[in-house]
Design a protein around this ligand. Structure first.
Ligand code: NAP
Ligand code: MG
Length: 498
């Protein structure tokens, strides 16, 4: 195999040593060979070449992982760990991730294609912050006592209990960040985990598992089974020993998971796709709104669930905004993730590349106009130009469906109700962004938008203390915050006559 040719020169030796290993699955605290012995090639999206391979798991491997997690769930080391001990452990995991931040960011950048500097700055701090945030929750988990409406003395209360063994399934666009959003609340609640990362980008999560054990996690508490959705994913969602599934991915797969989970009626939470609207009013601060709307779709090469992929601009501001976004798009440096000046990395793989190419072609066929971009680029790898499409309408596939690439569909409106109607014209409802200086317009739009997360005049990535989840077909339940913790807890009601 042409291993090192697929990796850029100058990769940190520790990261290179890790990525080029023959990867196994992480079960019961140790590297474990898959039952099938089959391998999955891992491709560098910057050049399309394979540099290592993953174990392709199946239902037998999932059984082993569930067995290990079930044993760990009941073990003294885990079940009887004092709340402050659990808190210290999560904090320690955050410290260990931070100590290895450069290496993790290099792995993430190579495997997913995203710029190293963004992985280091954003993805790594996101996972560190998730562990620190939920480290704080470990010592605050509690039930309540309540008065009942019946005569006689009684003592009534609720107890918060961990749900048990949970299945965590994540996508490839932010592997470490998504792993943090799932592991941190699950462990704070006292659950034990079986995770399947996407086979498209599993490496950073495998390294994370190793680091979590270095930090002192008891064996079996976290298990990683690599492989395909059909095979590993479906074995997790159907497994009787798993009491809850937390899934992040597409709406299509989310629906399959709901069906598969019916067997033992396991609890299911879903963070799904989006086609999020951005509304720019004529009074907006254009110096912030134009770059905000541009990076809202181009960041991570558009592979963001909450990407602002539909832009609605007031007629008076239309030409200024389109010109500004197109100019910005033309200036964004496209290149491999390891280069310091790269802003837009490649798309994650060939499938995703083809998907974006086909969507843009379909938009043109349906009558949209290319304002900038509109084509693949580069001599190798899965690059695509940041693209702005105008003359779009709500019947076009590029407006209705999630493209998951750097493609913005733009439309014009004349009054706020028209903007609201167009923004809500979607089966998705993950997020929405508003740009206006007028307080009354902002509140009117916030109240009218059918979306789980709304920002006014800019916002960062989801904060750990704010619940995040979708309306409509963008999901079930909310992750992060106290809501995210409660996804992993059962509340037992106890009534005692005195
Ligand atoms: P995906 O195809 O739905 O896959 C997500 C995960 O599910 C992968 O690990 C996948 O494995 C697995 N999977 C596939 N089929 C399965 C099945 N039948 N049973 C169980 N698991 C199965 O999504 P993706 O392409 O990785 O990621 C992109 C999607 O994720 C987009 O729609 C995006 O909007 C969404 N997303 C949502 C959020 C959010 O917070 N709302 C965040 C990030 C991404 P394989 O890779 O082997 O197929
Ligand atoms: Mg890859």
């Amino acid at each position: 195999m042409t291993i090192h040719k697929a990796i850029h020169k100058g990769m940190m030796p520790k990261a290179e040593e890790f990525v080029t290993r023959e990867h196994q699955m992480f079960i019961d605290g140790r590297w474990t060979k898959s039952n099938s012995g089959e391998r999955i090639d891992v491709i560098n999206p910057a050049n399309g070449k394979s540099f290592t391979s993953l174990s392709s798991g199946n239902a037998v491997d999932v059984d082993l992982a569930v067995e290990a997690a079930t044993k760990a769930f009941k073990s003294d080391d885990w079940a009887n760990m004092p709340a402050n001990g659990r808190s210290k452990l999560l904090w320690k995991i955050a410290d260990v991730i931070e100590e290895n931040a450069d290496e993790l960011a290099e792995i993430e950048s190579l495997d997913n294609g995203k710029p190293y500097k963004f992985a280091r700055m954003n993805d790594i701090s996101a996972i560190v912050e998730s562990f620190r945030y939920y480290a704080g929750w470990c010592t605050k988990i509690c039930g309540k006592s309540m008065k009942l409406s019946r005569p006689g003395p009684h003592h009534a209360y609720t107890i918060a209990e961990p749900i048990g063994v949970v299945g965590l399934i994540i996508p490839w666009n932010f592997p470490l960040m998504m792993a943090g959003w799932k592991f941190a609340p699950a462990l704070a609640a006292g659950c034990c985990c079986v995770m399947k990362p996407s086979e498209v980008a599993s490496l950073s999560v495998l390294r994370l598992a190793e680091l979590m054990y270095d930090a002192g996690l008891p064996k079996g508490v976290v298990n990683i089974v690599t492989g395909y959705g059909t095979g590993v994913g479906s074995a997790i969602t159907a497994h009787k020993g798993i009491k809850k599934i937390a899934f992040t991915g597409s709406t299509k797969v989310g629906k399959e998971i709901v069906t598969s989970a019916l067997g033992n009626l396991k609890k299911v939470s879903l963070e799904l796709g989006g086609k999020s609207p951005v509304i720019i009013m004529p009074d907006a601060n254009m110096e912030a709104a134009i770059p905000g709307a541009a990076m809202g779709i181009f960041y991570n090469t558009g592979q963001v669930c909450a990407a602002g992929s539909r832009l609605y601009v007031h007629k008076q501001a239309y030409s200024q905004v389109i010109e500004g976004i197109c100019n910005m798009a033309k200036g964004l440096k496209i290149g491999p993730g390891y280069k310091q000046d790269t802003v837009l990395g490649p798309l994650v793989n060939e499938t995703q590349h083809k998907r974006v190419i086909d969507y843009v072609k379909s938009g043109i066929k349906e009558g949209a106009t290319i304002a900038t971009g509109g084509d693949a680029c580069g001599d190798e790898g899965y690059y695509y130009q940041p693209t702005v499409l105008t003359n779009t309408n709500e019947n076009m596939k590029i407006v209705k469906e999630e493209i998951f690439g750097p493609v913005l569909a733009v439309n014009m409106f004349e009054d706020v109700d028209e903007a609201l109607r167009m923004a809500n014209e979607s089966e998705y409802g993950l997020s929405a962004k508003i740009w206006t200086k007028d307080l009354s317009t902002a509140h009117y739009l916030v109240n009218g938008l059918e979306a789980g997360a709304v920002s006014v005049n800019g916002g960062g990535p989801p904060d750990n203390n704010m619940p995040f989840g979708g309306y409509k077909q963008s999901g079930w339940g909310q992750e992060l915050g106290e809501e995210g913790l409660k996804l992993f807890l059962n509340f037992k009601s106890v009534e005692m006559k005195l």
